[in-house]
Every structure is written in structure tokens, then in C-alpha cells.
Design a protein around this ligand. Sequence first.
Ligand code: HPA
Length: 303
Amino acid sequence: MDQRLLDVTQFLRERLPVPPVLGIILGSGLGEFAETISGAVRLPYSEIPEFPSSSVVGHAGLLVGGTVTNAPVVVLSGRIHYYEGHPMHEVVFPARVLGLLGCRTVIVTNAAGGINTAFKPGDLMLIEDHINLFGTNPLVGPNDERLGPRFPDMSDAYRKDLRKLAATVARRERIPLQSGVYLGVHGPSYETPAEIRAFRRLGADAVGMSTVPEVVVLNQMGVGVLGISCITNMAAGVLKKKLDHSEVLETTTRVKDRFVRLLKALCGALGEGRSGDMMMSGKALPKKKTAPKPKPKSKAGKK
Ligand code: HPA
């Protein structure tokens, strides 16, 4: 295995207050959540030897380890992007570290343009699935079987049980949650209106320049993924206006309270299931408590 991956994982193991079971990757302008974790260890990416760091405004580059509503978490505030010119193995490096640290579930978040015309800027969207239009895949090249299989299954990439849980939690918190397919592009230019029309025909609801590579490697490692997009703007051509990165940041600022509240509630729900090791198996999720069913009376003489 890549010695750097092992070194960074070991470096973090020695510094994190609790071994994390939940990882959270915060997208553009969504770093606020990391500020709300108390009693946490905070490590700027620049202070983690050999950890890749980003140059984009709004991507702070901070790793935070701590406990959020019962769940031992590690949060990556800010990610590096393929459009910055980093090779794919660097783009997915932090996600692989989350897997190696022992995270059984990772919540990936991003800013995205709305393709579905029923969406509006400020909406949160549960990612159902993705379409990879990066033109490459992070697993291209020799495969290290210790990280996972050569041909990983992607048929439940954003795990259905986690999506169900997120929908329940959002309803309970009265946070409206859209649902749809995220299409990942290379960037960094925004799309043309013709591309957006084509993507709509392909079945995409939102478009962005991240997430897909990380989700591929997390699936390869057998880590459960939950994805949430913040629709920061309507995609090119949907409205008669030009796109601008400042709109992305304005919208994330506007929705940050709701977004932080949803993430906290998700940590609570995922942490709740830990006692029964539900995050490990990834299948059973915390159910609402119901009265125990009366035991069926056994018939005399029958075993
Ligand atoms: N396109 C691609 N990426 C994005 C967008 C968009 O419209 N908005 C935020 N990230």
C-alpha cells in the first residue's frame, strides 16, 4: 500500500481524541459545521505531513476530530479538486485516509448547480446516485487489493438504508430535502446551457465538480456513503443569468444553519446505532422504539 497513506493514517491515529467511525467531507462554503464541534482536535491540512491541500477560496483545509451527538467523527473541511490539476490519486487521498482510520460511513457534501427545474437555490438534495463525467476514474492504474477489489460494485453507491435514514431525520427536523442524481464534471469552467440540457436528458438533477472520485474509492473500500448536495445556483441556461462563484458562496452562507442542523441530527442518528454495531454492518439502522410484541403462546406439547 502507498506508504504515504499508512503514514498519514498513523499520524492521525496518534492525534485524534477518539477512533472515528463516521467521516464527513464538507464541500465549498460548507465548513461551518467543523466550527461547531467542541472539545475537538483541529489540524490544518498544512500541519499534516504529506496531506494534500487546496488553493480554492472557501475550501479552508482543516481536519477536525471529535464527538458530535454521540458519534466519534473526523471531519474534512475543504477538499482538493481535480480541476486544480492534482492527479486523481491525490484527489481521493483524504477519502482513503477516512476509510483506513476506520470510518464505516462517510457523509459527503458539496455545492452543486440545480438542473432539475423544480429545485431552487438553497435547496438541499440527498444524492441518490451519480453519473461520472470526469472522463476518468480514480481507480485507473494498478490495483492494491488491500484497498479493495479491482472492479468494485457501484450499484448501491449512496446506500439506500442511509438515504432512508437521512430522509427520516430531515423530516423529523422539518428540513426540506430534495432527492436526485448528481452528475460530476471535470470543470473548472461552468457548463454551457447545451451541456445542461444534455445532462438533464441523461437523468441528472444536479451538477458539480467533486464527490464522484471520493465516492468511488469509498465504495471500493466498503465504506457506506451518504451524499448531500447544497443547490447553490441553478445550472447554466436554467435562468437568464450568468454563473459566478460568489453566488455559490452566498447561498452556502444563507443555508449554513439548516445544513449544520441536518448534519448534527444525522450524526446523532448514526451514532445511536453504534451500540449494536449497526454502522459496522451498515444494514440495520436505528428504528423508532415500539412496544415489544407479545410472545406467541406456545402450544402445549409442541416444541
Ligand atoms: N456547475 C458545476 N459545479 C457547480 C455548480 C454548477 O453550476 N454550482 C456549484 N458547483
